[in-house]
Write a protein that binds this ligand. Structure first.
Ligand SMILES: Cc1cc2nc3c(=O)[nH]c(=O)nc-3n(C[C@H](O)[C@H](O)[C@H](O)COP(=O)(O)O)c2cc1C
Length: 345
C-alpha cells in the first residue's frame, strides 16, 4: 500500500492518511470575522474527499490580529457558530479538522486598528509603522490565544495549529530581523522564543491533553541575517516538547523577498527540522504530483504532506492520487466511487 495513504498517530490521535490540506485564507469572511455559507461549502466538500487532516485558514485571535477585514476570527462566541457547522459536517467523512490560530502583528493592512509588533519596524520600508508592544500587550495577546483555543475546543476541532510562520506576530518575535527588543522577549534565542513558549503553555491550559497541537514555522527567512533551519531547530528545542506534537514547515514571509519555488522546494527545510528536533514534520510546497508526495513520505523526509494550491485547483486531487498510487480512497458515496471505475455494473 502507498505510504501516503497509511495512517499516522500522535497522542493516540489517528489521521487516516498523510495528506493535509494547508491552511489557506479565503479572504471572504464577514467583516465581524464570522464565516459565510461559502466557507461551509468550500471546506465540507474538501473534507468529503477523505483528507487525513484539513486545516482551516488563519483565524485571528483578536480583531487587530487580522490582515484584512475579510479574515475570519475566533475572538468571540458568535464566531463559533459557523465554524461548528463546518466541523460537525466535515467529521462525518472521517477527516480530522484543525484550525490555524493566528495574529498577523505588523502585517495588518487595517490602518483602522492599533497595529502592534515586537519592535516598531514596518514590513515595507517607509510604510505605516507598528507600535512596539508593551508587556501588557504581550500578556493580552497570550490571553487571546488561550481564549481562542478554549473556543476551538468547544467548536469541536481535533487539532490546533499555531501560526508561527510567514512573518506573522509570533514569527516577528522569533526573528532577529524584526525583534530588536531589549527586554526578556528580545535579544537571545531564549528571549525570542519566550512569547511562543508562553502561548503554547496558555493554549495547553485549555486544550485537552489528547488533542494534537501543531506549530507552523518559517524555517528559512531568505535573508543572511535572518533565521535558517538550524536557528529554528534551536528555538524549537527550547520549547516544552511534551506540549507540542508536530512541526509544519513552511518558509519566507518575514521580509518582502521573492522566493524561488519549485515542486518540493521546502522539503529540504522539513528534513532538517525533523533531524535536528526529532519531531514529526509536515512538509510541502508546490506538490502536485502524487509520486513526489509518495517519495517524500516513503524516504521519511517528512511524516505528512501539505497540499495548498493544488487542492484549490483540483478538489478531487486525492482520488487522482489514490488511482495513480493504487491506494484505496475513502469515497463519501458509492456514486463517487463509480466515477473512478471503468465498468459500471
Ligand atoms: C490562497 C492562499 C491562502 C493562504 N493562506 C494561508 C494561511 O491562512 N495560513 C498559512 O499558514 N499559509 C497560507 N498560505 C500558504 C499555504 O498554506 C502553503 O504553505 C503554500 O501555498 C505552499 O503550498 P502549495 O504550494 O501547496 O500551495 C496560503 C496560500 C494560498 C495560495
Amino acid at each position: 500500500m502507498a505510504n501516503l495513504f497509511k495512517e499516522f498517530s500522535v497522542r493516540n490521535f489517528k489521521f487516516n492518511n498523510r495528506i493535509v490540506m494547508a491552511p489557506m485564507c479565503m479572504d471572504y469572511g464577514n467583516e465581524d470575522g464570522t464565516i459565510r455559507e461559502w466557507h461551509y461549502i468550500h471546506y465540507v466538500s474538501r473534507a468529503m474527499t477523505g483528507l487525513g487532516l484539513m486545516l482551516i485558514e488563519a483565524t485571528a485571535v483578536e480583531k487587530r490580529g487580522r490582515t484584512l477585514n475579510k479574515d475570519i476570527g475566533l475572538w468571540n462566541n458568535k464566531q463559533m457558530e459557523g465554524l461548528k457547522s463546518i466541523v460537525y459536517k466535515s467529521k462525518e467523512s472521517g477527516c480530522a479538522i484543525g484550525i490555524q490560530l493566528s495574529h498577523c502583528g505588523r502585517k495588518s493592512l487595517l490602518t483602522s486598528e492599533d497595529i502592534i509588533a515586537p519592535s516598531a519596524i514596518p514590513f515595507i520600508k517607509g510604510s505605516h509603522s507598528p507600535r512596539e508592544m508593551t508587556l501588557k500587550d504581550i500578556n493580552e495577546v497570550i490571553d487571546c490565544f488561550r481564549e481562542a483555543a478554549y473556543r476551538a475546543n468547544i467548536v469541536g476541532f481535533d487539532v490546533i495549529e499555531i501560526h508561527g510562520a510567514h512573518g506573522y506576530l509570533i514569527n516577528q518575535f522569533l526573528s532577529p530581523l524584526t525583534n530588536h527588543r531589549k527586554d526578556h522577549y528580545g535579544g537571545t534565542v531564549e528571549n525570542r522564543v519566550r512569547f511562543l513558549s508562553d502561548i503554547i503553555k496558555a493554549i495547553r491550559e485549555v486544550w485537552p491533553k489528547e488533542k494534537p497541537l501543531i506549530l507552523r514555522i518559517s524555517a528559512e527567512e531568505y535573508d543572511e541575517k535572518g533565521n535558517h533551519p538550524k536557528d529554528l531547530a534551536d528555538l524549537i528545542n527550547l520549547l516544552d516538547k511534551d506540549l507540542l506534537d508536530i512541526i509544519d514547515v513552511s518558509s519566507g514571509g518575514v521580509t518582502p523577498t521573492t522566493v524561488h519555488s519549485f515542486p518540493g522546494y521546502q522539503i529540504i527545510f522539513a528534513e532538517e527540522i525533523k533531524r535536528l528536533t526529532g519531531m514529526p514534520v509536515i512538509g510541502g510546497g508546490l506538490i502536485k504530483d502524487p509520486f513526489i508526495a509518495e517519495e517524500i513520505i516513503s524516504n521519511n523526509r517528512a511524516d505528512l504532506i501539505y497540499i495548498g494550491r493544488e487542492l484549490l485547483r483540483d478538489p478531487n486531487w486525492i482520488y487522482r492520487a489514490s488511482e495513480l498510487l493504487k491506494a484505496k480512497a475513502q469515497f463519501s458515496s458509492v456514486s463517487y466511487e463509480k466515477a473512478w471505475k471503468k465498468n459500471l455494473d
